[in-house]
Design a protein around this ligand. Structure first.
Ligand code: ASP
Length: 485
């Protein structure tokens, strides 16, 4: 039974899709017949939500904060010496920067070559918007007695501000209101703000506040754990009682891994519930206008996966089959939960137990990677913004030209936005506001891609986790002699 867990998880996913499609179809029939949907569908959705997102994901999230704290302190204090921490640290960082850069470049090449924003369906969306803006010009003129455009035919600043108000109001209505509010909350932030508020400030937060925040402040926990681990290593020679602190965190780490194994044993059922609920809510209709966009993101992600697998085989000396067998449970859990953080306990278990990466490396690099290294997210942000520019570029309120400078700006901000994104579902969608603001794309255009975001989040989250695992394998290989394992 134990060895077959990945098959059961896969079965759970497949059954979840089938059940979800059935529920979605029944809901659709009710809408088409203009009758209320059967009451039992609502009850079924309630139970799916209870077992999947509420209990299973809730339990995974419950153990993340203590796990990050314990695993990093345990990792650092088990190293032969502190210079080894430096060696692991810089190699890990170099790997993160290199692979995230490659991911964004692949995404940009795909979106600029395939041009998903230039398809007939996408241009249909553009034409609708053109007609809307013509109406807006008339309405603006009628309300303010001013022309919307200046003598050169460019939109006047007053008109742009007026559109923004209209869009802010319409975007805040309907079922996407909550997501739209998150975007407007992030509006107007510069790269400097993201660096100060999302990277520096969280590092220096009271560790108890970091642990109890929802979601936990992973950066703050990592920083504090590193400090604690280093201080323990230095102090223990002088004050033997510091050894108790080390023993406590090493014990806590082992105990939390035990809880992780309990949770993994119920994963097939829970994953089936998460999948069924998501499919029942969205159905397959979301691909009608955004099909090429999804194909571009997924195509680019597949190429990046091939790059990661190649790096793993050549530098990490772990071939594709062994890699897949080693991490398939974490991969499937990332795919369904859409959270690198919720997957972290399983990632650590898979990488240390199946790929035999030393816990000295994995305990340190995997929590760091889950928080900061998001190849799939970085790739996605670049593709999404260029897709929107391809559709709306040149309209009254989108005066961006796709120059080399714009591409470089998108590249830099996409990397930053991926580092700033929390490892939770939809996080990439919120930090995308940074990329949009950098190139002056109004954020009220982002909701166009809301419909497929959850679906694409599955691909980017599983790629984020793959990137972290390959990083651990590579660094482990490079450091194996000095670790003395
Ligand atoms: N859901 C992703 C993750 O947890 C982040 C994102 O939304 O791109 O890795």
């Amino acid at each position: 039974m134990k060895g077959k867990l990945h098959n059961l998880i896969f079965l759970g996913m497949a059954l979840g899709v089938v059940v979800g499609l059935g529920l979605w179809w029944l809901k659709k029939q009710a809408v088409e017949a203009a009758v209320p949907e059967p009451a039992w569908i609502g009850t079924a959705m309630w139970w799916l939500d209870l077992f999947g997102p509420t209990i299973f994901m809730g339990a995974l999230k419950m153990i993340i904060a203590p796990l990050i704290l314990a695993s990093i302190v345990a990792g650092v204090t088990s190293l032969p010496n502190l210079s080894e921490l430096g060696a692991i640290g810089w190699k890990t960082m170099l790997y993160y920067v290199a692979t995230t850069t490659i991911a964004v470049i692949i995404g940009l090449v795909f979106v600029l070559t395939i041009k998903p924003g230039k398809t007939d369906a996408a241009q249909g969306v553009r034409n609708k918007r053109v007609a809307e803006l013509v109406q807006y010009r008339d309405q603006f003129h009628a309300q303010t007695d001013q022309d919307a455009l200046d003598a050169d035919g460019n939109a006047r600043p007053d008109f742009l501000a007026w559109i923004s108000v209209q869009e802010g109001e319409s975007g805040a209505r309907g079922q996407d209101a909550a997501k739209f509010h998150k975007l407007t909350g992030a509006k107007g932030r510069t790269a400097g703000d993201i660096f100060k508020d999302d990277i520096v400030r969280p590092l220096l937060t009271n560790p108890f506040a970091s642990v109890s925040a929802t979601p936990p402040n992973s950066l703050g926990i990592i920083f504090f754990a590193l400090l604690l681990g280093i201080a323990c290593t230095i102090t223990v020679a002088r004050v033997p009682a510091a050894g108790n602190v080390i023993a406590f965190f090493q014990g806590l780490n082992a105990v939390i891994m035990q809880v992780t194994h309990w949770l993994m044993s119920v994963a097939p059922f829970a994953i089936g519930c998460i999948m069924a609920k998501m499919v029942a809510q969205n159905g397959p209709g979301i691909f009608e206008t955004l099909g090429w966009y999804c194909a571009t993101v997924i195509g680019a992600i597949l190429v990046h996966v091939a790059v990661l697998v190649t790096i793993c085989a050549t530098i990490g000396k772990v071939g594709p089959i062994r890699l897949w067998k080693g991490i398939r449970e974490a991969w499937m859990i990332a795919f369904t939960t859409r959270s690198s953080a919720a997957t972290l306990p399983v990632t650590i278990a898979n990488v240390t137990e199946k790929l035999k990466v030393s816990p000295k490396v994995a305990n340190f690099s995997l929590p760091l990677g889950a928080t900061m290294n998001m190849d799939g997210t970085a790739l996605y942000e670049g593709v999404a913004i260029i897709f929107l520019i391809q559709i709306y570029g040149g309209l009254d309120d989108v005066t961006i030209a796709m120059t080399a400078m714009t591409t470089v700006l998108i590249f830099i901000t996409a990397v930053l936005a991926s580092v700033g994104a929390a490892a939770v579902p939809d996080a990439g969608l919120v930090t995308m506001v940074l990329v949009a603001s950098a190139v002056h794309l109004p954020i009220y255009y982002i909701p166009l891609i809301f419909a497929v975001d959850a679906f694409l989040d599955m691909f980017r989250t599983s790629t984020n986790v793959l990137g972290d695992t390959v990083g651990a394998v590579v660094v482990n290989r490079l450091e194996r002699r000095r670790l003395g394992d």
